[in-house]
Write a protein that binds this ligand. Structure first.
Ligand code: NDP
Ligand code: OXD
Length: 316
């Protein structure tokens, strides 16, 4: 890949910079790769910013910025900056391996619930041979995926291939083999009525914030299960706990939280029907991200249309 001289600013949490800067320097030998918080730079000299959750105010200081590259699929951490300059294109990370990691996570947690694995774990802990409760029929565990984008589609397809009945909800209608598509706010309620396991893979926008709430849970079948792998702000955590404690929902798997890291005092850690993981469902691989950034910079320098551009008005 041929690129011309350019100055890149890498904005990653302290301690992560080595694994991110190295592949960028290898793939872009003509570029100067600077690390925010480590290197000194004149803000107006930065051509490209590579970031996930920039400190509010950082972007507006970079007055010569040409493109922002998100290190994640979700760009809410970048667009939450009220001063994001609308004339600077934002490219998000879209990668087969990221979707594959997420599909593995989602399939695993669907199966743990569907096959009552936590129940068997509890009996193993006390040396008890208990064959009950009987396993559910696959046909009776209907899975509803909120968000049929790059990642949601792969999750839906993998679950369909395991013979689960799968439906999806998106803004625009999809034509996916064996997956029923619901679209738009008007079709959310009928979609939820069939979601024995509800998986959230929506981007966080003004329209989707708080979508996992008491009203949503009430529309799900009794005994439903929630998997939130999108963003913590999609979920009203107290509503989830109330729906589980009332017996309406059977439980949940949560990978993302309103406050991350999840505070040690959060009741979610110890809830017997909630599985907590620390935002690890699908982690961006630095080498894959570096090659997608390098391809984006090469395309930008050639004057080609950039791939995976975020619609700044829509927010994803
Ligand atoms: P995409 O942008 O490809 O897909 C988003 C989907 O959501 C689309 O199908 C879109 O509909 C739908 N959607 C958006 N807004 C609405 C709305 N208002 N009503 C109905 N549907 C809507 O995103 P990805 O699949 O790449 O990623 C999804 C999210 O997963 C990310 O934003 C991120 O938050 C999360 N994520 C979490 C990770 C983790 O480790 N926990 C890792 C990676 C991602 P349409 O197709 O019609 O536009
Ligand atoms: C992402 C994430 O959005 O890691 O990619 O959450």
């Amino acid at each position: 890949m041929r690129t011309h001289a350019a100055t890149l600013l890498l904005d990653v949490p302290p301690g992560w910079s080595g694994s991110w800067a190295e592949p960028l320097r290898e793939l872009l030998p003509n570029a100067t790769v600077l690390v925010n918080g480590q290197d000194t730079y004149a803000p107006e000299t930065i051509d490209y910013l590579i970031t996930f959750r920039p400190k509010p105010g950082l972007i507006k200081t970079l007055r010569g910025l040409k493109v922002v590259f998100s290190l994640g699929a979700g760009v809410d951490g970048i667009l939450s900056d009220p001063d994001y300059p609308k004339d600077v294109p934002l490219v998000r990370f879209v990668d087969h391996t990221l979707a594959r990691e997420m599909a593995q996570y989602v399939v695993m947690h669907v199966l743990i619930h569907h096959r009552s694995q936590r129940h068997f774990d509890a009996y193993q802990a006390v040396n008890k041979w208990r064959q009950r409760p009987p396993l559910r029929r696959t046909e009776d565990t209907r899975i509803g995926i909120l968000g049929l984008g790059e990642i949601g589609t792969m999750c839906a397809e993998r679950l369909r291939d395991l013979d689960f009945p799968v439906t999806g909800w998106s803004r625009t209608r999809k034509a996916l083999r064996g997956i029923e598509s619901f679209a738009g706010a008007g079709e959310l309620a009928p979609f939820l009525a069939h979601a024995d396991i509800l998986v959230c893979l929506l981007p966080l926008t003004d329209e989707t914030r708080g979508i996992l709430n008491a009203k949503t849970f009430a529309l799900m079948p009794k005994g439903g299960f929630v998997i939130n792998v999108a963003r913590g702000a999609h979920l009203i955590e107290d509503d989830l706990v109330a729906a589980i404690d009332s017996g309406h929902l059977a439980g949940a798997t949560l990978d993302v939280f309103q406050s991350e890291p999840l505070p040690a005092s959060s009741p979610l850690w110890n809830h017997p029907k909630i599985t907590v993981t620390p935002h690890v469902a699908a982690i961006t691989d630095p080498r894959a991200a570096a090659s997608s950034v390098a391809a984006g910079i090469a395309a930008h320098q050639r004057g080609d249309t950039l791939e995976n551009l975020v619609d700044l008005d829509r927010g994803y």
